[in-house]
Design a protein around this ligand. Structure first.
Ligand code: 4NP
Length: 164
């Protein structure tokens, strides 16, 4: 927790497709609920592949078609993130494992670290947001659908837990 804010960090591999989209979709949901000042929302990658880059143009385009503005600079997950954020949410198992491996050793972590789709009540246990990077445009639309459902569930969960 950060100045009384609820910190939510979305994490994928490159921080150019799935997690910047999740960041933007969640921010739009929070804004629509009039709760922006209660949240710190960001995204990061477990890899260093695309540090400093803008989101993938396919992410920007498909999100814009659904009225969501995606704007971010890719960055890599850091030690500070584990103090800064209350929720560190991975898009898939591979990145969840990378986050846990990356977590600072030797102290108790306050952050909830888990899969984003765990907050989608209609998804199966262990459901992932699949990597769209090497596929076609339909993959980005699927990612948007999955992320949107999970972000709605996440916001409902956080509101219930934190009384906001
Ligand atoms: P993301 O997608 O993890 O959703 O940002 C990817 C972006 C880049 C690569 C893989 C996945 N890559 O291998 O460069």
């Amino acid at each position: 927790m950060n100045d009384g804010k609820v910190g939510v960090l979305f994490v994928c591999l490159g921080n150019i497709c799935r997690s910047p989209l999740a960041e933007a979709v969640f921010r739009a949901e929070v804004q629509a609920a009039g709760l922006l000042e209660h949240f710190e929302i960001d995204s990061a990658g477990t890899s260093n592949y695309h540090i400093g880059e803008s989101p993938d143009p396919r992410t920007i385009r498909s999100a814009a078609e659904r009225g969501v503005h995606v704007r971010h600079r890719a960055r890599q997950l850091s030690d500070e993130d584990f103090d800064q954020f209350d929720y560190i949410l991975a898009m898939d198992h591979e990145n969840l494992a990378r986050i846990k491996h990356r977590a600072p050793r030797g102290r108790t972590l306050g952050a909830h670290i888990g899969l984003l789709r765990a907050f989608d009540g209609d998804s199966d246990d262990g459901a992932e947001v699949p990597d769209p990077y090497f596929g076609g445009p339909r993959g980005f639309e699927t990612v948007h659908d999955l992320v949107e459902r999970a972000c709605r569930g996440l916001l409902a969960h956080v509101r219930e837990q934190n009384g906001v």
